[in-house]
Ligand binder design. Structure first.
Ligand code: SF4
Length: 392
């Protein structure tokens, strides 16, 4: 008899590493290779990885998320093949209820979008980032303001009723009025979900180097916090609530795949650089990370070998800390009962003083009727790191 299947099932993440160009602030695993042969070999490799790894996850498939990199760099037929392979190995009866694909505005065509819609993709996540030409150029993005503006309408025309927009704040030299105008343009387009990213150029990237030698200046923490608050105000007034610190959604359109990470639910990560997490029915959690080199990944799988990867069983104490930090980012908050049941951590007895003090100071509040769950207040959200540190 097999182990019981986790009720929360599994979410599948597929990392598509290709990008049309390297953005000057990004060190996320990506490759600039638009050769058709590379795409074809990569898509075959992912399907081989599905065949190797999916059977071990004998759990209902809840969500599929194709992220990157830039999945929209791949022709629709490759993405459809990957989705078909995932579904085939988990069984049609348990088809993912949310199937998200990330796309960049300059890649979108009606044909590509319709092919994905017909293949059962339910949600698009558009890397719009900004709507103004000055900001897009300052950031070195490939798309222009016209492409940013037409991305969501194109998705709607193709039948997508669930669209998320990525927005970036904390740009060097962006006036507050232009960030406000960016938020207003996003709201006018009425996406179901918005993800806010603060620009944090990675060390060693072109923008990171410019910042390091003083040739570019990022806004200080106070300005970035003010921009974040501006976004919470504008989006809040338009009916979006903070599902999580940076994920704002209309009620009923909350991101389902991403919330699996905040809940420590199982995720099978496929593709170069993809991370997997399994809570383990026996209490032994497993983390696995595929190496980010997409060539090594593709070669290994197409040769019948496992891709280079690392695997570990993280200690429960470390998982408990991570769980606390992740739950405190969410609107549902941290359930002290769930923390105790899952990780044997009694936060009330360990950090009761800090819990009481943070509540008295207005940084934490009760998140459910029974009082056994806490979440940050708006003031708490603005100093979340300090608040989390106080509880760990
Ligand atoms: S920011 Fe996105 S599109 Fe730009 S290089 Fe990184 S992964 Fe690619």
């Amino acid at each position: 008899m097999g182990a019981p299947k986790p009720k929360s099932g599994v979410g599948v993440y597929v990392h598509v590493p290709f990008c049309a160009a390297s953005c000057p602030y990004c060190d996320y695993p990506h490759a600039v290779a638009s050769v058709a042969g590379a795409h074809d070999a990569f898509a075959r490799a992912v399907q081989a990885e599905v065949r190797r790894r999916a059977p071990r996850h004998d759990a209902p498939l809840r969500t599929i998320y194709l992220g990157g990199g830039t999945p929209s760099q791949l022709p629709a037929r490759h993405l459809v093949d990957i989705l078909d392979a995932v579904r085939a190995h988990f069984g049609h009866a348990e088809e993912g209820r949310e199937v998200t694909v990330e796309a960049n505005p300059d890649d979108l065509t009606g044909t590509w979008l319709r092919a994905l819609r017909e293949a059962g993709v339910t949600r698009l996540s558009l890397g719009v980032q900004l709507f103004f030409e000055e900001d897009l150029r300052a950031l070195g993005r490939r798309h222009d303001a016209a492409e940013a503006a037409r991305a969501l309408p194109l998705a709607r025309e193709a039948g997508f009723g669930n669209v998320s927009l990525d927005l970036l704040f904390g740009l060097p030299g962006q006036p507050a009025a232009r960030w406000q105008a960016t938020l207003e343009k996003a709201i006018q387009q009425a996406p179901e979900h918005v993800t806010l990213y603060r620009l944090t150029p990675a060390a060693g990237t072109p923008l990171g180097e410019r910042v390091a030698r003083g040739a570019a200046r990022l806004p200080g923490g106070g300005v970035a916090t003010a921009q974040y608050e501006q976004a919470l105000d504008a989006l809040g007034a338009a009916g979006y609530h903070a599902q999580e610190q940076t994920h704002l959604a209309r009620p009923g359109s909350e991101a389902r795949h991403t919330r699996r990470h905040w809940r420590h639910q199982d995720v099978l990560g496929l593709g170069p650089g993809a991370h997997s997490f399994s809570g383990g029915d026996d209490g032994l959690a497993t983390r696995r990370a595929n190496a980010p080199d997409w060539c090594a990944y593709t070669e290994a799988l197409n040769d019948g070998r496992a891709p280079p990867h690392t695997q570990e069983h993280p200690p429960r104490a470390a998982l408990a800390d991570e769980y606390v930090a992740r739950r405190l980012r969410t609107a549902r908050g941290l359930s002290l009962k769930t923390l105790a049941a899952r990780y044997d951590r009694d936060l009330r007895s360990e950090r009761g003083d800090a819990l009481d003090r943070l509540r008295a100071e207005g940084y934490l509040e009760q998140a459910n009727g029974s009082g056994s769950a806490v979440r940050p207040t708006r003031a708490g959200r603005l100093r979340l790191d300090a608040l989390t540190d106080a509880l760990l």
